[in-house]
Design a protein around this ligand. Structure first.
Ligand SMILES: O=C(O)CCC(=O)C(=O)O
Length: 271
């Protein structure tokens, strides 16, 4: 079976900066990813709270009042406004659970990515697990990904993302929102709100929230989006969790963001 994009889908991606494909994963695939997400967060918290026999380096720190802990080069973000060990993000999550390594090579993601990047051979840039737990999952302020990566990479234009939804996502549980077409303006100025991370959040004068699209989609759907598109999400006030994995690819031969090791991706032949 082929998962390459149609010309129409590719044009939509290029024009709008994102593309949704509904219900690409289902049944046992989705079950395996959800189980792996649960296991990864339990393992991360276990390593942080109880230490490890494998001599991993555990480094806790705080930025803008929010708690982070690095386990070697794996960063765990904790939910905002709580002292609990509720995991918000794990990056790169494939280093904690091999199910995500399998996902990175899945043709449902890689075939469209070969076309988007315009390369037959790919490598991994990074892979995040965003957990957005029910009732307490915090939002993500409007931002582009490119400013985060510009200091570690000189090809930020070629770092497209794909978000795999493990749960149905809608406005009530904090679905992804994108400012359609904003990728065409390249890297935009950061905010100046005095926070440590201010430069990473897009300056509100650089876009209009009226152009936002809510990426509401069923579980198992995938959303491809450009490294320059302005995006974010609201907190999750609902009773339903909103888990998602975001895989970011790059052309072959370059090291991954955090390990600095090249992680080649298995790709198909584009007919
Ligand atoms: O998971 C979300 O709601 C948004 C994620 C996001 O913007 C990011 O990880 O860069």
């Amino acid at each position: 079976m082929s998962f390459f994009l149609t010309n129409g889908e590719l044009s939509h991606y290029k024009e709008k900066g994102f593309l949704i494909r509904d219900r690409v994963f289902s049944g046992p695939d989705l079950f395996a990813l959800r189980s792996a997400a649960q296991q990864a967060q339990e393992d991360a918290v276990g390593l942080i709270r109880h230490g490890t026999s494998r001599d991993r380096k555990i480094h806790p720190y705080v930025i803008d009042g929010n708690r982070f802990t690095d386990i070697d080069f794996i960063t765990i973000q904790f939910e905002h406004g709580t002292e609990k060990y509720t995991v918000r993000v794990i990056e790169p999550v494939n280093e904690l659970n091999e199910q995500f390594d399998i996902l990175i090579d899945d043709s449902r993601l890689t075939e469209p990515m070969q076309q988007i990047i315009g390369a037959d051979q790919l490598a991994l840039w990074t892979v995040k697990l965003n957990l957005k737990p029910a009732k307490e999952g915090s939002g993500f302020r409007w931002h582009q990904d490119s400013p985060y990566w510009i200091h570690d990479c000189d090809h930020v234009d070629q770092l497209p993302n794909v978000m795999v939804l493990l749960d149905e996502a809608d406005a009530s549980n904090g679905c992804l929102r994108v400012i359609q077409g904003s990728h065409k303006n390249g890297r935009l100025p950061g905010s100046d709100d005095g926070s440590q991370l201010q430069g990473f959040f897009t300056n509100p004068s650089a876009f209009s929230e009226k152009d936002q699209i809510l990426v509401e989609a069923p579980a198992g759907s995938v959303v491809f989006f450009d490294p320059h598109i302005i995006h974010g999400s609201q907190p999750n006030h609902s009773n339903a969790q909103r888990r998602a994995i975001i895989v970011t690819y790059q052309p072959a031969g370059y090291p991954a963001l955090k390990s600095r090791v090249i992680r080649p991706v298995v790709t198909s032949v584009n007919p």
